[in-house]
Design a protein around this ligand. Sequence first.
Ligand code: 5GP
Ligand code: MN
Length: 342
Amino acid sequence: MQSNIPFDFNKVKELILKSENICIVTHRNPDGDAIGSSLGLYHVLLNMNKKVKVIVPNEYPEYLQWLPSNEKVFNYSTQKDEVKKIFESANLLISLDFNELKRTEKFSEQLENISAKKILIDHHPYPQDIFDVKISDISVSSTAELLYETIIQCGFEKYLSKNAAICLFTGLLTDTISFSVNCSNPRTFEIASKLLAFGLNKEYIHKKVFDNYSESRIKLLGYALSKKMVIIPEYNTGYIWLTIDEQKQFDFKIGDSEGFVNYPLSIKGVNFSALFMQRDDHIKISFRSRGIIPVNEIIKTHFTGGGHKNAAGGEEYKLNIAETVKKFVSILPQYADVLKQD
Ligand code: 5GP
Ligand code: MN
């Protein structure tokens, strides 16, 4: 953690201790860090005898549905009435792995008007100014890491359990892509080590998350790489684009394109990589980069979205997929200098 940031852990502790009904929320299209952090905190709060509910805006991939207490998660898109009631009775709302309400999309308006106190624990830049306490640090690997620090700083270590550790470890593992990115700080490995000490089976967790794909997903990846990947050597850039028809041919399920965006980046000389997925009413965009290329700024400037310097995502609602790709290629010359790094 950046030691110069004066986080108010006392306030977090006080709010948690005095709240009986606690609601944990995370962003739409939840990833491993979002679900891992949410369920990790769920287990800790449950051990503190709190009434705690985890709410997600929409469905998430099968490779996360094995986590302990996954069946307790409320999905707003299918359980609207239950979720509204939970919001009404909540004394405390803890937002994990996102920092602007619009990333919860479907229930952002309800969150804005909720009377509960709000805590943020997150590692994205530019947090919205609507939280009573912000534990926000872009230097950590993941929200799971920052949540672990928060649990320790609040003196709640004794409430950690093996189930909580499995969930938090999954957050660390997924946001660092199996400890390959965002984990040069020794603290990340110290925390991983503390979590493993709860008796986790790292190989099992890795298998559940990364080796749990359907045959059709692997075939879609093969198709994407052989037929739909374009490399632009002069701008050190690579991208993949897939239409809905192509996705359907391979029986596409949510989460199936997870990780596709990393493949162009694994090619020698490629520093900037993009994935364009056609959805019913928009194009889902993912950007990844190396070093100084600020993909969160690039996506915010030319499309809608945000994220981290080297991993950002967003959407394009106005252009079709071919136009989106064309626009993407047309903006590259503006970034020629940063794209050309070693
Ligand atoms: P992904 O490409 O995996 O969807 O997203 C990469 C990163 O960008 C993640 O850290 C995610 O939280 C962030 N991100 C994805 N979509 C959006 C978006 O629409 N808005 C913002 N602000 N961040 C996003
Ligand atoms: Mn995260």
